[in-house]
Design a protein around this ligand. Sequence first.
Ligand code: BGC
Length: 255
Amino acid sequence: MNLKGKTAIVTGGNSGIGLAIVLELARQGANIVIDYLVHPEATEELEEQVRALGNCVIGVRADVSKVSELQSLFAQAVEAFDHVDIMVNNAGVETRTSILDTTEEQYDRVLAINLKSAFFGTQLAAQQMIKQGGGGRIINISSVHEDWPMPGNTAYCLSKGGMRMLTRTAGVELAPHGILVVGVGPGAVSTPINSVTMSDEALLKRLDASIPLGRVAKPEEIANLVAFLASDGASYLTATTVFADGGIMQSSPGL
Ligand code: BGC
């Protein structure tokens, strides 16, 4: 697995799964564009870590829920590295609200950050990859909840369901250009998005017990999969989602 000479953009790249993806792609030799919205100091620290691995890196503050800022993210990436080979649409939020109490503002925010950003991130990445030639990889960080309801997190599930069809449809449309589009569906991962569950011992115990592997994932365990999907070894995967969920979607009490 060697990504030497490739350039990867990771949206929401300075925390959680995004941060682990940045480090793993860098370990595999890629130059990195870290997109972030808040916590510039965390981005700077991460940039240092990427440089220490011998790679080139830039941090770009861009709100990927806005097309104009995504355009500026790509412009800065191309200016710094000339090409974009790997696009990781990772930025995401959730509100933990049900269909009964989700506000219009919450709905718009979740759909814009999770789905609109991935849609236009895919569009801009594909336009750039077609222009430069040679294909590319677009990896959408979705969730088990693209397929599996999470009561009390309706807008989030809706956005991930949208990502599911984005991956499938864009994968088919872009296949003739050698651009592979793959979704990654993590289960429960120890990241800031999950902080409420992670910091409550009783809730975490319940969650662990519902996972056949008996524990939530470390962000690195998702990042390893992303690095594989970005590599030559994953040359026949497109328009589908690979789940890394410890078996949670298939779990059954056997009763
Ligand atoms: C959600 C988490 C949830 C996990 C497993 C993730 O996509 O962001 O809140 O715990 O799925 O259900």
